[in-house]
Write a new protein. Structure first.
Length: 552
């Protein structure tokens, strides 16, 4: 339907805005909608504090640099803004845009309107809000130091912000394209691990530069400047320096190159959006066969999972295949390894390094906790991937608690696999985790997992949300669920942290293990009670559950 005769762009934008507003207003009529609103307010306040704090710090730093005639040093501020703007949406997809604008292709929407909607809605995320606040703080600091820079600073920072927005949209659109097919997904996985390995060379390279330089920071800047000046943050800083020093031509040239980057990002994003607008389908499903050839195809037997029934094994197989075929979910589940690599301690003469260098035994517990956090969107939204097919669970002969138990078994299996990977990663990056810390961590997981599963099973029925495992940013639970999950994780991890502090205080981690095992026994009893009540809750919530997950 997209591209057919349709009203003007203003009418289309007004209709979309009016629909979104009515959806928001109508959602406030339900308890879930009001809880969603409360959770959004808390999240907005949280990010607002971070944005304002960073803006104030960036403003004072820019005032200091400009006051001493070193406008080019603003690159040290623009690079963190640039990296945060691009990396945060990928690392924290739970807080990114929730509106699936591709659903608008069913309506007679012009390409221009569709492109603008994709760009605007895709940019309404915390990274854009926080990055914009930081740039605003930098602008105030620059203008306070040199009032004549008001127009040049506004032009440079606005162009730099636009380039960041376009780059972020372009990255997401192309990553979705590459992860939609198996071959490109494998290539992306290899590149992903190469980037992770590349982090290991940052420490040695920095140490080498510092060894040959005095002072180290000045020499480091001298050696890096030729490279960073060719990229948007360095070019934006060069433009500000040119205008500040009175070299207008140099400032305009650098600003023009930033504009060229923005146009390149715009064009690449346009290529992807246009292909999607024209009906591009990247499905890997095999077309059904008809006739005698279809009858010759062998029937594959399902998995034989030990200690569970055939029905549970079939559901287990389906859920696990969902995850294994989702590139974005695999990327998310590998984030604990990235976390450990980022905080890898770098040996030095003074013995300093990351904060884990002083307590490497805590690397495995922290990695395990992060692995459990990465499963939050799955555990707290069991039926999200089923979509409209959730209605078949209500007409099938097995109780719904068996379905939920199978899904929980998948979550436990994935967490166990992640813990094994984290253990070997800690062994490779830091040192082999001590036996007492390994057992204490396992005891903590045995306590935290059933608590999360019990609460997640209930919230999956009371606050469901349709998921799309094939697209970045669409694997999130509902806002109410995320808010409740944060509260549960805060309480659970608070108890676990308290037991670890107790064990380290008495220099006996077996105390921690025994206390956590006792809590785990209580948690499993509560999980069993909650699981037996699933059928009752599901029957009372079935209409809401089916209607919510069947949304287009």
């Amino acid at each position: 339907m997209a591209g057919l005769t349709s009203p003007g762009s203003r009418g289309q934008f007004a209709a979309i805005a009016r629909i979104r507003w009515r959806i928001f207003v109508n959602s406030l009529r339900t308890m879930r909608g009001r809880l969603e609103m409360v959770s959004r307010i808390f999240v907005a306040v949280w990010f607002g504090v971070g944005g304002l704090g960073g803006a104030i710090a960036a403003g004072f730093a820019c005032y200091y640099f400009m006051g001493r005639g070193h406008a080019e040093w603003i690159a040290f501020l623009l690079w963190p803004v640039f990296l945060f703007w691009q990396m945060f949406p990928i690392v924290a997809t739970a807080f990114t845009e929730t509106f699936d604008s591709s659903s608008l292709l069913r309506f007679p929407l012009s390409y221009r309107s569709y492109f603008i909607v994709r760009l605007v809605y895709g940019s309404l995320d915390p990274a854009t809000a926080i990055g914009s606040l930081w740039l605003l703080g930098m602008f105030i600091g620059i203008v306070a130091a040199e009032p004549r820079m008001v127009v040049p600073a506004a032009g440079v920072l606005m162009t730099f912000g636009a380039a960041n927005v376009l780059l972020g949209r372009m990255i997401f659109s192309w990553i979705e394209r590459w992860l939609a097919q198996r071959r490109t997904r494998e290539i992306m996985g290899i590149l992903f691990f190469l980037v992770i390995i590349g982090f290991q060379f940052i420490g040695p390279v920095s140490a080498r530069i510092g060894h040959h330089a005095h002072p180290g920071m000045t020499q480091f800047a001298v050696e890096v400047v030729p490279f960073q000046r060719a990229l948007p943050p360095g070019l934006a800083a060069s433009a500000l320096a040119g205008f500040s020093h009175g070299d207008v031509l140099a400032g305009l040239a650098a600003l023009g190159l930033v504009c060229m980057y923005a146009l390149a990002f715009f064009w690449l994003f346009h290529v992807r959006v246009l292909a999607q607008f024209r009906g591009e389908s990247l499905s890997e499903s095999v077309a059904p066969l008809a006739g005698p050839r279809a009858q010759k195809l062998p029937v594959r037997a399902g998995w034989d999972v030990p200690l569970v029934s055939g029905t549970t094994a079939a559901i287990f197989q389906k859920e696990l295949l969902y995850l294994l075929r989702s590139g974005p979910m695999l990327f998310t589940l590998l984030m604990p390894l990235v976390f450990l690599l980022i905080f890898r301690p770098t040996p030095s003469k003074t013995g300093s390094g990351s904060f884990m260098n002083g307590a490497p035994d805590l690397a495995f517990p922290i990695g395990a906790a992060y692995a459990l956090l990465m499963l939050t969107n799955l555990i707290y939204n069991n039926f999200g991937a089923d979509g409209g097919g959730v209605q078949f669970w209500f007409v099938s002969p097995q109780p719904l608690r068996e379905v939920v138990r199978a899904k929980n078994l998948v979550h436990a299996t994935v967490l166990a696999a992640e813990l094994i990977l984290v253990w070997f990663a800690v062994d490779f990056i830091y040192r082999p985790p001590a036996l007492v810390y390994t057992l204490a961590t396992i005891a903590g997981v045995l306590f935290a997992l059933p608590v999360n599963l019990a609460v997640g099973n209930l919230l999956s029925l009371y606050a469901p949300k349709k998921l799309d495992f094939g697209t970045f940013g669409r694997q999130r639970a509902a806002n109410t669920t995320k808010f409740m999950a944060l509260l549960v994780q805060a309480v659970v991890f608070g108890f676990i942290a308290l037991t670890f502090v107790l064990g380290r205080y008495f220099h006996d981690m077996w105390i921690t293990t025994l206390v956590l095992l006792g809590l785990a026994a209580v948690a499993f009893v509560c999980y069993g009670i909650a699981l037996r009540r699933v059928d009752v809750y599901a029957l009372t919530r079935r209409e809401t559950l089916i209607s919510e997950l069947s949304r287009a």
